[in-house]
Design a protein around this ligand. Sequence first.
Ligand code: UN1
Length: 499
Amino acid sequence: MHLQQLLQDMNIDVDTFPGGELEVRSPIDGKIISTVKAHSTHEVSEVIQLATEASQNWKLVPAPVRGELIRQFGNTLRQHKAALGRLVTLECGKIYQEGLGEVQEMIDICDFAQGLSRQLYGLTIVSERPGHKMLELWQPLGPVGIISAFNFPVAVWAWNAALAVICGNSIIWKPSEKTPITALVCQELFIRTCKQFEQAPDYLSQVIIGDATIGEQLVNDRRVPLISATGSCAMGKKVGTAVASRFGKSILELGGNNAVIVAPSADIDMAVRAIVFGAVGTAGQRCTTTRRLFLHASIYHDVISKLKKAYQSISIGNPLDENNLVGPLIDKQSYDAMQAAILKAEAVGGKVTGGKRVNQESFEHAYYVEPCLIEMPEAEKTIQTETFAPLLYIYPYTDLECAVALQNDVPQGLSSSIFTNDIRESELFISAMGSDCGIANINIGTSGAEIGGAFGGEKETGGGRESGSDAWKNYMRRMTSTTNYSRDLPLAQGIKFDL
Ligand code: UN1
């Protein structure tokens, strides 16, 4: 699959991207597919200036008209879904079905955002003073910086971009340096849509390419009131503190350490399917990947043997081949981290099944691995770190409240799920005594969230919410306005101040 062909399929001129010093490799075979030019510090500053000017114009366009642009962008994506899905696969290595799923997620958020563009509702609030009324209004922010990770190279940008744009902001995208081509292509498709749309100002959307220093520059610039960042907890800590130190706003969507609990009453076959998809999908490289499994002692062996059987049937290989369910890891660094985690688990008595490198002869410079199950000794403290690889740590439990406590006993708080047919257990799980995560599912796995809900998690996951529900409010500033329509000037709190 050649990059040139995919670009042609989307009517993108190959010369649109001048080559440069940054090499882009496909994890499918580890070979260079293109080079791209990184932005200089001066250029990034210029981009921010242009974004500031664009936002001044865009915020004057009525929100439903802004929504119309996003509707049209959704249609552009529909037109190129297959080619863009393939490009996602080529650049980040997820299987083609998942590449298509990612583009579908972009289309869905466009529809959602367009609907929202007529529903950016404020409030009317009764006043304690006669002849007064209060309003809560929502206003655009300005340029929004979006930092995205390699594992969802297009969908996470779209969640942020679609909402930020209908809310009246301009956008600046800093994609992962591992996946800049998908970003440049999405930008091209967005610009193409803007060109047909009279009210869209130039530079409404821009992309900056480069390493972490470019990201830091964006994060530290006061002209960018909101930074939405997706990535590791370590990255988020830096971004969050830097933005806070200049009193900017941030939306952080960071690491997870997501668990599934399987209770005695669960539909075991359903649970196994969900666990396998959650643990091995995207080769374990989703922030929502299932990383820990708590199995009730009464069903422990049954589930383990079914999991082992399922794991054996998983075909691993070229993600463009639709027979394969698991593609490569992103790079060697990721493979090394996985192997180190396996050794660490073995050292404390973990029983490891799988985890070995495969297809090395056909893909010398690519890293395909068997997904790995690790049965952990009961006494061992639940694993605290997220390794971005298909590793599933399994623990037995006897008491549900203890299992929930163990599930919560990690620094991260993104996604969680329980498989049970006992209403007492499922209600406990989503009660104040239950899961402490941003996402808590019942009889559904930890990954594959729909765009309609607010997406994000607690604790070191960063606390941000993106995508559905009222996440749009993060992309606007809240204004409280009190109007006096009386002939007096009564003060609040009954204060007398007579001149
Ligand atoms: C991510 O891995 O950063 O819920 C996002 C899911 C996807 C999004 C994952 N809809 O798995």
